[in-house]
Design a protein around this ligand. Structure first.
Ligand code: KG4
Ligand code: ZN
Length: 334
């Protein structure tokens, strides 16, 4: 079936999401129930609380996705779910829901890697051209992934410590800014200046790997120093200096990899791809290149189930299905 209808579910972190995707590229519905406000008061995602809210929301969210798509359960051709990576308790809620639905309706079950989802969010906008390179930057990931064809992923670089989004969240916490820190720092950075010139972690020559924990420590040390000396400073400048360092390294390494591998397209995906500074810098760096830049619209950058349905379409057409043994896998590899 070419225009298959996939009901996709995503519960890997703090969004309970369900979507109906037709033919891998058409969004019929995309429902996201976020728990952001709940976790905000704790300064980060509390796994136990996340699981509990997923349980409360999952059935409602799935029903709403079907209603908005105007699709009945019988019209669904396959059920897809994020099997990992993520919080195990959170993943389990989605995995169990999808398994139950697939079993009850006797339809195929598809397991999706969360990062494959972030990459395929872009295919909801535009067809892929291979080879392509993806920069996946989120709260849990900072990876450069090379793809020669659909469904095949080669991780050519990754963070050796903190993910980019994680560094944003930790620096925000040190600056006493609300969670999640990314959007807040991004906003402040627009009004600040890079006066601190924090280190850039280039690592070994030719390495496509990243490291952000040293930068994070530099920012926190600088902040403590300023506070101890009672010197006045602008949070905007700390934000801009931190953000510039992150962006410099992300853009330069991505550019180098894209050139070395002679890719046709560059995809930027994951929550941090919502970053205004990063979007601008990447656009500028690639504007004179023969490489097509793909950055999803904001609502597809952060966690959602539409992207899971888009990635699942490839598995559907390859007949790669899971059985009732499918389990949540918090450390799943691409
Ligand atoms: O992809 P995502 O929604 O969830 C994960 O799979 O991690 O990404 C969430 C991360 C958080 O760390 C958040 O601070 C970051 O993305 N983020 C941003 C921005 N918007 C979200 N980081 C920098 N700038 C932003 N505008
Ligand atoms: Zn994500």
């Amino acid at each position: 079936k070419t225009n298959e209808m996939i009901l996709a579910i995503e519960t890997s972190c703090d969004e309970t999401a369900a979507a109906v995707i037709k033919g891998g590229t058409e969004i019929l519905s995309n429902v996201v129930a976020t728990q952001m406000e709940i976790h905000e008061q704790f300064g980060g995602v509390v796994p136990e609380i996340a699981s509990r809210h997923h349980i409360e929301q999952i059935t409602l969210v799935i029903e709403q996705a079907l209603n908005e798509a105007d699709v009945s359960m019988d019209e669904v051709d396959a059920f897809a779910v994020t099997e990992g990576p993520g919080l195990v308790g959170a993943l389990l809620i989605g995995v169990n829901a999808a398994k139950t639905l697939a079993f009850a309706h006797n339809k195929p079950l598809i397991g999706v890697h969360h990062i494959a989802g972030h990459i395929y969010a872009n295919r909801l906008e535009k067809e892929f051209q291979f080879p392509l390179l993806s920069l996946v930057v989120s709260g849990g990931h900072t990876e450069l992934i090379y793809m020669k064809e659909h469904g095949h992923y080669e991780v050519i670089g990754e963070t050796r410590d903190d993910a980019a989004g994680e560094a944003y969240d930790k620096v925000a916490k040190a600056l006493k800014l609300p969670y999640p820190g990314g959007p807040v720092i991004d906003q402040l950075a627009q009004e600040g200046e890079d006066v601190y010139n924090f280190p850039r972690a280039w690592l070994e020559k030719d390495s496509y790997d990243f490291s952000f924990s040293g930068l994070k420590t530099s920012v926190i040390n600088k902040l403590n120093q300023l506070n101890q000396k009672g010197e006045s400073y602008r949070t905007e400048d700390l934000a801009a200096s931190f953000q510039n360092s992150v962006i410099d390294v992300l853009v330069q390494k991505t550019y180098q990899a894209a050139k070395d591998l002679e890719v046709k397209q560059l995809i930027v995906a994951g929550g941090v791809s919502a970053n205004k500074g990063l979007r601008e810098a990447i656009n500028q760096k690639f504007q004179d290149e023969d490489i097509e830049l793909m950055i999803p619209p904001l609502y597809l950058c952060t966690d959602n189930a539409a992207m899971i349905g888009a990635a699942a379409s490839i598995e559907y057409h390859n007949g790669q299905f899971k059985d009732s043994k499918l389990n949540a896998n918090p450390g799943l590899m691409l």
